[in-house]
Design a protein around this ligand. Sequence first.
Ligand code: NAP
Ligand code: F7E
Length: 358
Amino acid sequence: MSPASPAPPAGRRALVTGITGQDGSYLAEFLLDRGYEVHGVIRRASTFNTDRIEHLYRDPHEPDARLRLHYGDLTDSSGLRVLLERVQPDEVYNLGAQSHVRVSFDQPEYTADVVALGALRLLEALRDYQARTGREVRFYQAGSSEMFGNAAPPQSEATPFRPRSPYGVAKVYAHLQTVNYREAYGLFAANGILFNHESERRHETFVTRKITRAATRIALGLQTTLYLGNLDARRDWGHAQDYVEAMWLILQHPQPDDFVIATGESRSVREFLDAAFGLLGLDWRGHVVVDPRYFRPAEIDRLEGDASRARAILGWRPRVTFDELVRRMVAHDMELARAERTLRDGGHAVGRRGPARE
Ligand code: NAP
Ligand code: F7E
């Protein structure tokens, strides 16, 4: 915990949408460590989608099991209302999203339904619940640096939103509704505006993990080529574990407010390639092929956050550096590649889908 962290409240209940995602899994760990009872919303799927939280799950019959999972979906208002009644949370973290920017160009309407209207559905359900019960429920909305688009860096809370993707536009809607519900109805509703954060649990269709998976597979002779899109884009990349602490700190602050969370350092995709392949003694130039299929109809050139307000008010700052982030991801993916190599050498079919998409 950072020096300014408030004492962990005991016996609080949190409801987390998107608990099966990268951030949801780290947030669940963080909250369980601090004594929370954590209720996660999961989507019914025909395959298991709970890999990232398997290690946290205990049989609910065990008296000290503090992680509970409920089926639900951000497109289903009545289900969200029932969940609030059943869980009676003290804090709600809205992390659920169709979170892939490139995919949002292919599925703009669905993205808006889940990201924009999903947040509105939760806010409406919370407004009713709070008015009826008189209980204050603190609400965190997972906002994104995508909302800034090509507004000049460094981007802070004072920077205007100029989104350049259906995902970014949907996140702006969710952000503004969160502010609106705070002002109109007095809800404790707060926005985090988080810049890119990655980890060993990042989905393989985001560029950092796509690179670390491919680089380690190339190092072990399991793959030769990595197809990527725009190598010049610059992003402010931190580690997800640091960023979930910021979400929690935002909800522990006495007043609901909006905060930018970022490292303040911007690197290009090329620099990420240098770092990841460099750790393995490889030159990515012999392996990376640019495929325009991965270009976006509109791109954001440079994101670089100014999180000085979060540092001054919440005492938050990132601990994991860019080099450490890349090192952790490469080390983790090297283990996966080694296991794959061993299976393959033993004559076992390995069920990979081939090169990662998006
Ligand atoms: P992620 O790994 O893609 O996880 C998204 C989560 O949302 C998954 O649990 C997913 O469930 C769930 N979800 C998708 N559609 C849903 C629906 N219709 N109803 C309910 N849940 C649904 O994303 P993440 O990286 O953890 O990001 C967490 C949140 O922060 C997202 O809102 C994202 O947009 C936002 N954000 C992320 C970053 C970043 O760099 N990671 C930066 C800024 C903001 P399944 O597992 O079933 O697919
Ligand atoms: O792309 C470029 C791509 O998909 C980063 C989400 O968590 O962060 C994330 O969105 C950059 C872009 O992340 C490939 O064009 C090049 O410039 O890893 P990404 P993102 O779009 O920044 C924000 C803050 C969120 O809120 C989102 O939810 O890398 N790039 N070649 C590529 N990107 C991908 N995915 N695949 C490529 O082959």
